[in-house]
Design a protein around this ligand. Structure first.
Ligand code: PLP
Ligand code: ZN
Length: 397
């Protein structure tokens, strides 16, 4: 991206901090999650936000997630592995606006990212940082999109990729991994089963594993959605953000981004209410939220067309629940048939073929509108996390 390949990025990265126990880790060697006894939390990258940095620095920069390079963890520009991920459009609901009763409803549309989903952000960041740290082989458990993204970014970076994916995942997610020359292992089970096999393989063969939120930098890639929402709404955050929650990386990342922007003085203290939307088949966060729990149970009701949401238990369940409560948000689950109807409704009326995960948000919005939780005149953002084109074999037309 930069013309001078030996240039630094100006990254303000200082270290990694455990948000649960406060332990500090060196960010200039490879890390996973907090290994202090009994802690097991995700680690957060920390930046030196005390110094003056004007948002005018963004002027004239490329429209990709790398425009925020001071607030990203890669320090050498030559390590950036990029295919134009991020800076995705904000698209207003058009023909269905008649049903939104004075709300301004927008898609943050992630469908145009490389490999067709927002996983390109998190994986692009993690692979770039892995390259910077000299890592040669990366393994991942995936429900589909993350595997394809790893395969693609690893191919570009010259890193070996090993992908563990449930057998029940649609064919296209497997084919793309093979085309990008990753080693694909199909597992008779869910993503949690894949995760166990990755951990075993990593211990045995020394692979670096980038399981959701057990590695610090996928979060940093996904947090750029929060920067973009702020910038694209001219630094006035919307009232409500709906997010399809599997592992919760994007939800936590968007919230982290808002914190960092406030510390820099780029936004004020107003925050959106964050809404986690899950599939009825894997709704541990919804149940925990509604019953006042601070952690989620393992819930796997089996197949869902929204394979990105088939996560029986997020590694960062406590952080997700805290974000929902700190933001005065909420959580709800949507059935497969509602998602299927949502995909068709948005295609027919809006001309967009969105992922079932995104369609779940439209259905959740309508429900919260009907109960009065969303008030007239509020500005709402729905994050369509992926392209519907990869899901067609499971969408009933
Ligand atoms: C992975 C995925 C999700 C869930 O993302 P998290 O940030 O891990 O909760 C949602 N939608 C799609 C299309 C995905 O691929
Ligand atoms: Zn800790």
């Amino acid at each position: 991206m930069e013309t001078n390949v030996a240039a630094g990025t100006g990254s303000l990265l200082i270290n990694l901090k455990c948000p649960a126990c406060g332990a500090i880790y060196n960010a200039f060697v490879s890390n996973t999650f907090c290994t202090k006894e009994g802690c097991n939390s995700t680690l957060f990258a920390q930046y030196d936000l005390g110094q003056p940095l004007d948002r005018l620095v963004l002027k004239g920069r490329l429209n990709s997630m790398w425009r925020y390079r001071e607030l990203l963890p890669v320090t050498g520009a030559e390590n950036i592995v990029t295919m134009g991920e991020g800076f995705t459009p904000i698209i207003p609901i058009k023909n269905l606006a008649k049903d939104t009763d004075g709300n301004l409803v927008y898609w943050k549309n992630e469908a145009g990212n490389p490999t067709g989903s927002f996983k390109a952000r998190g994986i692009g960041m993690a692979v770039s940082k892995a390259k910077e740290l000299g890592i040669k082989t990366i393994a991942i458990p995936t429900a589909g999109n993350a595997g394809g993204a790893l395969a693609a970014y690893a191919a570009r970076a010259g890193i070996n990729a090993i992908v563990y994916m449930p057998k029940l995942t649609p064919q296209v997610f497997k084919d793309e991994c093979r085309l990008y020359s990753a080693r694909l292992i199909e597992v008779d089970g869910n993503i949690a089963d894949c995760g166990k096999l990755v951990a075993e393989g990593a211990a045995e063969h020394g692979w670096f594993q980038i399981s959701t939120l057990k590695e610090p930098y996928r979060l940093e890639g996904k947090k750029t959605m929060g920067f973009e929402i702020a910038e694209q709404f001219n630094w006035q955050l919307p009232d409500v953000v709906f997010y399809p929650t599997g592992g919760g990386t994007g939800l936590i990342g968007i919230w982290k981004a808002f914190d960092e922007l406030e510390q820099l003085g780029w936004i004020g203290s107003k925050r959106p209410r964050m809404v986690a939307v899950q599939s009825q088949s894997c709704n541990g966060i919804v149940t925990a939220f509604n019953s006042g729990q601070t952690h989620a149970e393992f819930v796997d009701g089996g197949f869902t067309i929204a394979n990105g949401l088939r996560v029986p238990k997020s590694f960062a369940d406590k952080i997700i629940l805290k974000v929902l409560r700190d933001s005065n948000g909420t959580a709800l689950s949507i059935s497969d048939s509602e998602m299927n109807d949502g995909v068709k409704e948005i295609a027919r009326h809006e001309g967009m073929l969105i992922a079932p995960e995104g369609a779940a948000l439209w259905q959740a919005y309508k429900k919260l509108k009907a109960t009065g939780w969303i008030k007239p005149g509020e500005t709402v953002v729905l994050v369509n996390t992926g392209s519907g084109y990869k899901y067609l074999e499971n969408i009933g037309i």
